[in-house]
Each structure stands twice: as structure tokens, then as C-alpha cells.
Design a protein around this ligand. Structure first.
Ligand code: MN
Length: 242
């Protein structure tokens, strides 16, 4: 029998049910909660969980390649070079480093703030987008309704926060240790972790994230980012927090 598209009918249910609407499989390419938050030195740049052009047209391939391969790599190199000199810190996870920033030796605080934040922020960014988006679990969907009134209200608040970042920074959906959700902004590469919140997903509004395609139209970029949110992964992170 010739193999054709009909052969997909015989794939185990596991394969078909783990596809999103655009046929992209979340089959382990995406980082787990532990991969994202509990990584330790030496930190590594994992490949993107999808092809560089997979988020087109919302985010173009060239932007993805430069953003991941050069900007993220640079944060990572600077973080590793800094931590290399502090053996006592080498057993700490990335989230322990960033959340405990103010207790670190003063000589390494700024480096962890900028480059430790730069690393985990980007790992979270890559892994909470997926072509076509995905759906939240009921526990996260219920928490969004409870804390924002509706998903549309959250969208409005998050997009407004992203538009309101003056200069370079991020807008986040974050959770406190009891699971209460909030939208927060951070400047530069600061992370909500330093303020005691767990970032669930966020949008990078540094110009390097969108300028090739959008130039000054940050709002259009953020609107298009919203449709890429990998809510299934965001839910997985949320369920580790509560
Ligand atoms: Mn960036």
C-alpha cells in the first residue's frame, strides 16, 4: 500500500490528540517547568522548540534567528562567564539566582539581573509560544476568569501593559505563590521572580524582538503575539506554582 496522507489515520491517538490546530506537535521539543526554572550552571541555549519560520507571519524567521541565536546567546554567555567566578553559586537554579538577586554578592548582582534575567526571560518566551496558539486547562482558565473577569479582559490588560513599557522591557502574566494572577511590567531584563512572582508568559518589547518586521508598530506585534500563546504550557507552569 502506498503511504500517503491516509496513513495518518493509523497513527496512535497519542500523536493525533497532541497536535494543535496547525499540526504542530508538542511532543517534547518544548521545555518542561523544570527545564525552564530549575536549570543550573553551566546554562545552555536549547534549540527553539519549532522552526525559526514557524511563527510567521506574526514573527518573521530572521527576527527569530537573530533574537535566539545572537541576543539570547549573548545573555547566556555573559551569565556563564559571571557565574564561573562564583563557585558557591554554581549549584543554584536560575530561578533561585534571579529571585534571590538582592542576597547575592554585590559584585554579581547586576550581571545576574541583566543576563540571568535575560536568559530565563527568553527561555520562557520561546517555550510559551506555539504556531496557532493552544488552549488553557480549566484550572488556569478559571483563575483568569476569577482574577480578570474574562480572557478578553486579560488580553486588554496585557496588551496595554506591553504598550506602556517605556523603552526596553517586558509585560508579563504572573502568579503569586497562592496562584493569584496579575499583569506586571518589568524594565530591561528584570524578572517578576525578583519581586516574588512567577512569570507564566510574557511578551518581549525590546525593539530587537519586532523591529525588522514592525518598525515602530509595537502594538501590532503584541496583538499578533497574543495569538501565539501556548496556553497549554502556561497552564503547566501555573499548576506547578499553585
Ligand atoms: Mn529579547
Amino acid at each position: 500500500m502506498a503511504l500517503g496522507s491516509a496513513s495518518t489515520l493509523f497513527l496512535p491517538a497519542f500523536f493525533t490528540t497532541s497536535c494543535n490546530a496547525n499540526g504542530v506537535r508538542d511532543n517534547g521539543n518544548f521545555a518542561s517547568y523544570d527545564d525552564i526554572f530549575n536549570e543550573t550552571y553551566p546554562f545552555t541555549l536549547d534549540p527553539l522548540p519549532y522552526a525559526a519560520d514557524a511563527l510567521e507571519p506574526a514573527i518573521d524567521a530572521k527576527t527569530m534567528e537573530i533574537h535566539h541565536g545572537r541576543h539570547h546567546q549573548a545573555y547566556l554567555n555573559n551569565l556563564n562567564n559571571g557565574i564561573e567566578e562564583y563557585e558557591d553559586l554554581q549549584g543554584l537554579t536560575i530561578s533561585e539566582l534571579v529571585s534571590g538577586l538582592n542576597d547575592l554578592p554585590s559584585g554579581i548582582q547586576t550581571l545576574v539581573q541583566n543576563h540571568g534575567g535575560g536568559h530565563i526571560n527568553h527561555v520562557l518566551f520561546w517555550n510559551t509560544m506555539i504556531p496557532g496558539g493552544s488552549d488553557a486547562t480549566s484550572s488556569l482558565a478559571d483563575a483568569i476568569d476569577r482574577d480578570f473577569g474574562s480572557l478578553d479582559n486579560l488580553k486588554e490588560e496585557l496588551i496595554s501593559a506591553a504598550g506602556g513599557v517605556f523603552g526596553s522591557g517586558w509585560a508579563w502574566l504572573a502568579a503569586d505563590s497562592r496562584g493569584a494572577l496579575s499583569v506586571v511590567q518589568t524594565p530591561n531584563q528584570d524578572s517578576p521572580l525578583t519581586d516574588g512572582l512567577t512569570p507564566l508568559t510574557g511578551v518581549d518589547v525590546w525593539e530587537h524582538a519586532y523591529y525588522l518586521r514592525y518598525q515602530n508598530l509595537r502594538g501590532d506585534y503584541v496583538e499578533n503575539w497574543w495569538d501565539l500563546i501556548h496556553w497549554e504550557k502556561v497552564s503547566e507552569i501555573y499548576e506547578q506554582v499553585v
